[in-house]
Design a protein around this ligand. Structure first.
Ligand SMILES: [Zn+2]
Length: 346
C-alpha cells in the first residue's frame, strides 16, 4: 500500500479501512499493549501493567478496558480512528464465540470467560482473540524476522515452548486454532510426564523450567559449578538467565545444560523442517536471549538430522520484535478479521 493511499483513506474515514488497531498481549504476570499502525508496524502509546491475575477475570478485564482507553488517548488517536482490538491469550480459546476455554497460567484457569463481549461492551470496539504464540508468529511474519518470506515456523521458548506456522503467506490455524504447538511434539516416548498429559514432549527438555531443573539436579549431584555460588546458595533464585550467565563465564556444567537444551530443541526443529520445509525458522522467547549459546547446538543438531529438505535454503534466525511481537501480531490479526477484503486484495 502506498503512502498516498494511506493518507487518502485517513481523510475519508467513512469509507476507509482503519490503519490503527490496539493489540493486547495478556500474560500470566504482565499485560502489554499498544496501538499498532498495521501498515507500518509502528507501535504507539505502548504500556505494560501487572496482570494481577489473583483478582480474577472480571478485575483483569476491567483493567484491560481501561488500558485500551488510555492507550488510544496516549497515541493521540480518537476512538473512531481505531479499527478494533486484538487480544493474544496464553491458552485455549473458542475463537468463534470469543470466550476463553482454559488459560493454564492464570489463577482459576479462566474457564468460559466471555472476553470478546466484555471488551466490546467496555470499549465499543470490535474485539478478536488469538492464542499468544500465534500472535507472536503473525507479528514476526508481518513486521519482524519473517517479513520477507512466506513459509516459516516460529518457536517461542519461555516457561513453555509454543509456536506457530505461516504457510504460503497465511497463518496456519488448524482445528480451533491449535496448530503450531511445537513444544508438545514427543522427543522421547519414555521421557518425563508433560503438563499436557503426554510424556517426553520437547517442552520437558528445553523450556525455561527444564533448564532450571537441570541446574538444580547438577548442584544436588555435587557437580562442580558456579551456579549455586551465583545465587548465594539460595537455590530458589536459579533461573535460565543465571545458568546462561554462568555458561558465558565459562562454567562447564552450565554450558553443558545449554548444550543439552539446544540439542533437544534442534531435534524438534529438525522434525519441523523436515515436515514443513519452511524458508525460515524464527526462534524467540525469554530463553532464546541466550543467543548463540542455545542457537549453536540447535543449528549443529539440525545439520546432523535434516537430510531431505535443502537446508542451505532454510534460515534459522532470532526473533526481532522482542516483547512487542505478541501485541503487534494481535493487532494485525484484528485488522485481518475486521477487514478481510483488505487482506485479499493485498
Ligand atoms: Zn506436552
Amino acid at each position: 500500500m502506498s503512502q498516498e493511499a494511506i493518507i487518502t483513506k485517513r481523510e475519508d474515514p467513512a469509507t476507509a479501512a482503519a490503519v490503527h488497531y490496539v493489540g493486547v498481549d495478556l500474560g500470566g504476570t504482565t499485560i502489554t499493549a499498544g496501538a499498532v499502525n498495521v501498515v507500518s508496524g509502528q507501535v504507539l502509546g505502548r504500556q505494560q501493567i501487572p496482570t494481577l491475575g489473583k483478582e480474577g477475570p472480571d478485575a483483569v478485564m476491567a483493567r484491560m478496558v481501561d488500558l485500551v482507553h488510555a492507550i488510544i488517548a496516549d497515541a493521540g488517536l480518537r476512538q473512531e480512528d481505531v479499527g478494533g482490538i486484538g487480544v493474544g491469550l496464553p491458552g485455549v480459546l473458542d475463537m468463534e464465540r470469543g470466550i476463553t476455554v482454559f488459560l493454564p497460567n492464570l489463577p482459576g484457569g479462566w474457564r468460559n470467560v466471555p472476553l470478546k463481549a466484555t471488551m466490546e461492551a467496555g470499549t465499543g470496539l470490535p474485539t478478536y482473540l488469538l492464542n499468544d504464540v500465534r500472535s507472536f508468529t503473525l507479528g514476526e511474519k508481518t513486521f519482524g524476522a519473517g517479513r520477507d518470506v512466506d513459509t516459516l515456523v516460529c518457536v517461542a521458548i519461555g516457561t513453555g515452548i509454543g509456536g506457530g506456522m505461516v504457510i504460503s503467506g497465511k497463518l496456519h490455524m488448524g482445528l480451533d486454532g491449535t496448530a503450531g504447538e511445537v513444544g508438545h511434539q514427543v522427543i522421547d516416548p519414555y521421557g518425563p510426564p508433560c503438563g499436557c498429559g503426554s510424556r517426553g514432549c520437547l517442552e520437558t527438555f528445553a523450556s525455561g523450567p527444564a533448564i532450571t531443573s537441570m541446574a538444580l539436579k547438577a548442584i544436588s549431584h555435587g557437580r562442580m559449578t558456579k551456579i549455586a555460588e551465583m545465587v548465594s546458595y539460595d537455590l530458589n533464585q536459579v533461573t535460565p538467565e543465571i545458568v546462561c550467565r554462568a555458561a558465558q563465564a565459562g562454567d562447564p556444567v552450565a554450558k553443558d545444560i545449554y548444550e543439552r537444551a539446544g540439542f533437544y530443541l534442534g531435534v524438534g526443529i529438525a522434525n519441523l523442517i523436515t515436515i514443513i520445509s519452511p524458508q525460515m525458522v524464527v526462534i524467540g522467547g525469554g530463553v532464546a536471549q541466550a543467543g548463540d549459546l542455545l542457537l549453536e547446538p540447535v543449528r549443529r543438531t539440525i545439520r546432523e538430522r535434516v537430510h531431505v529438505t535443502p537446508l542451505e535454503k532454510v534460515q534459522i534466525v532470532p526473533a526481532e520484535l522482542g516483547t512487542n511481537a505478541g501485541l503487534i501480531g494481535a493487532a494485525v490479526w484484528a485488522s485481518l478479521q475486521a477487514a478481510p477484503e483488505k487482506a485479499d486484495s493485498d
